[in-house]
Design a protein. Structure first.
Ligand SMILES: Nc1nc2c(ncn2[C@@H]2O[C@H](COP(=O)(O)OP(=O)(O)OP(=O)(O)O)[C@@H](O)[C@H]2O)c(=O)[nH]1
Ligand SMILES: Nc1nc2c(ncn2[C@@H]2O[C@H](COP(=O)(O)OP(=O)(O)OP(=O)(O)O)[C@@H](O)[C@H]2O)c(=O)[nH]1
Length: 461
């Protein structure tokens, strides 16, 4: 389980610059098919072989730069509560501000690693700017330049040193892990209660692998399921324990730990930006996903076309999850709640899919023959073998003569051919293109496809 580190601080201190510097330094592991570009507020990073997720809380505050705005303060406080470690960024150029002191005070009251970074110290010569910050009474301050890299590696060593070692792995390794996510008030807890209430067999709460994570485990028709991060939900009522109703970090954390995400939408209200954002997190995390249009009992469906309308809206707004099934439910009446499981099973069976290299290459060969790859500098691109490198989600690597010359639409064509051939219509698939070099390796698109320009030249001669 990757720790989640939140970057907090006033606007303009350099949080995003630091975020970019740290997340860019990771080994490029995931070059997912580009989807819709969305503002990224979180990203994975690696340092000294330690993996973690970094969250830029600057991205929480939309269109409001006032650090004293209550909603920003709430989001930041919530981030501090939910993250595993916090990095407070101070502005080495702008100096100390009252809001900094406020955040420092908040950080002192929580029991988790906090790191203090003075940014915009662009070299040794500027370390004199640090003097003012020492007056804040912080034991260790890291002078850094997010923009130029000064001091970053010392800081990263200290940050990653506080991460816990590998924690014990989850019990029930074969269980299907389900996360329930959605905007505030969509009906997540009602739905979890409806799902668990319906189970006649063993429902137990067990500690998850991370701090505070409580999972609910149950067996249904001989299959184990885990609802991740259900802490406190069944014991609702203690509202005071929950600061903000919606926590991005909590959503990220459960998405990280699940196979299938149930994205709960308040159907009475229709599709909102926040629903789309949550769906975007699920897609970034590469989990299987199912849209649940909840509160269906409240939807006016006299013309019988409500599902059609909402599905159209959803598909339009969240194109990047076009493969995710849609189901209307009511957590209140229990309508179609049992049906969720047949969908979860169907999605999971695809999510866990594995194929042999031989079978995969037969499909690739056919696809390359049907629509040959484009030209690169007058020569046909060569596709060598492809292989599946992981499941959950199924991820393929395809070796190509010039990966960067493969247009996104051609890549998507190949992915769709794989989808069709193996019936993988309900899940995300990843295809990574890698350079293949070496003398005369065998390639898949052997059959000659005429290259128009070339033939013409020959004819002319
Ligand atoms: N000199 C110098 N400027 C920096 C450094 N890091 C960031 N900046 C500049 O500071 C400004 C703000 O940087 P951002 O990363 O956008 O700050 P932020 O904290 O994410 O701001 P919000 O998104 O408003 O919360 C930009 O103009 C950066 O170029 C640095 O290390 N040195
Ligand atoms: N009519 C109707 N009301 C529902 C349904 N599901 C949930 N509600 C109501 O919607 C409200 C919010 O439900 P919750 O389950 O607390 O929603 P949540 O997503 O857990 O909310 P947060 O904890 O704020 O994130 C409650 O008043 C529920 O009774 C439904 O299917 N039909």
């Amino acid at each position: 389980m990757k720790p989640i580190v939140a970057i907090v601080g006033r606007p303009n201190v350099g949080k995003s610059t630091l975020f970019n510097r740290i997340t860019r330094s990771r080994d490029a592991i995931v070059d997912d098919l580009p989807g819709v570009t969305r503002d990224r507020i979180f990203g994975d990073a690696r340092w000294n072989d330690k993996l973690f997720t970094l969250v830029d809380t600057g991205g929480f505050a939309e269109g409001d730069d006032d650090p004293f705005a209550p909603h920003i303060r709430r989001q930041v406080t919530q981030a501090i509560a939910d993250a595993d470690a916090v990095v407070l960024v101070l502005d080495g150029k702008g100096g100390v501000s009252p809001f900094d002191a406020d955040l420092i005070h908040t950080l002192r009251t929580v029991d988790k690693p906090a790191h203090f970074v003075v940014n915009k110290i662009d070299g040794e010569g500027q370390e004199k700017n640090m003097a003012e910050f020492y007056g804040l009474g912080i034991e260790t301050l890291f002078p850094v330049s997010a923009e130029h890299g000064y001091g970053i590696s010392d800081f990263m060593d200290a940050l990653t040193a506080t991460f816990p070692g590998d924690e014990e792995s989850d019990a029930h390794p074969d269980a299907i892990r389900i996360a329930v996510v959605g905007k505030p008030n969509a009906g997540k807890s009602s739905l979890i209660n409806a799902i668990l209430g319906e189970q006649r067999l063993v429902v137990s709460e067990m500690a998850g692998t991370t701090r505070d994570a409580i999972d609910s485990v149950f067996i249904r028709e001989n299959r184990h399921y885990v609802l991740v991060d259900t802490a406190g939900i069944r014991r609702k009522g203690k509202v005071s324990m929950r600061l903000e109703k919606f926590s991005i970090i909590k959503a990220l954390r459960s998405l990280e730990r699940c196979d299938v995400a149930l994205i709960v939408i308040d159907a009475e209200q229709g599709i909102s930006d926040q629903d789309v954002r949550v769906a975007g997190y699920a897609q970034d995390r590469g989990c299987g996903a199912i849209f649940l249009l909840n509160k269906w009992d409240l939807v006016d469906n006299r013309d019988g076309k409500a599902l059609r309308r909402m599905t159209d809206d959803l598909r339009m707004a969240a194109k990047f999850l076009s493969f995710a099934p849609v189901l209307t439910v009511s957590a209140l009446t229990g309508q179609r709640v049992p049906k969720i499981f047949s969908l979860v099973d169907a999605v999971y069976n695809q999510y866990d899919f594995r194929v042999t290299t031989g079978q995969l290459n037969k499909v690739m060969e056919k696809a390359l023959e049907r629509t040959p790859p484009p030209l690169h500098k007058g020569k046909r691109l060569k596709f060598y073998y492809a292989t599946q490198v992981s499941s959950k989600p199924p991820t393929f690597v395809s070796f190509v003569s010039f990966p960067e010359a493969v247009h996104f639409s051609y890549q998507r064509y190949l992915v769709n051919q794989i989808r069709d051939a193996f019936g993988l219509d309900k899940i995300p698939l990843r295809m990574l293109l890698r350079q293949r070099t070496g003398k005369n390796p065998a390639f898949l698109n052997k059959k000659r496809t005429p290259i128009k320009g070339k033939r013409k030249r020959r004819e002319k001669r």
